[in-house]
Design a protein around this ligand. Sequence first.
Ligand SMILES: [Zn+2]
Length: 141
Amino acid sequence: MSQELQEALNLAGDAVTTDSDGTVRLVGSECGDCNKNVFPPTAVCPECMSENLAPIKLSAEGKLYSWSVVHAAPKGWNLPFIAAYVDLPEEVRVFAHIVDVDPDSLEMEMPVVARIAALGTEESGAPFESYAFTPVQKGNS
Ligand SMILES: [Zn+2]
């Protein structure tokens, strides 16, 4: 799982954008032939093999689908971390970290919102940042 995650996160540089109000949005691919949305962005539609894909900005908010607390991962990751699947309204299931929350307070279908977070440390010692999700604060959304 950690290698998949690392590959997904390595693509994140092209896969995240920030709106003018600071909202972090993931950018996926939308198939022009079958309308399937994909994240991370891809050159070939996994559904119909079309190469007619265009970038699509995904919603900042989604719902927690499943998660797991990870205590062992390659050097450099901040441990433990919460690895999760988040369902976005565009019918995309995104694999991401959940940050700034006690794992015991997580619930199925909990609303979560995208943000940028430090997830680990580069070999140079610099923090490694990528997209992650955090529960939507009640009364603040
Ligand atoms: Zn397609």
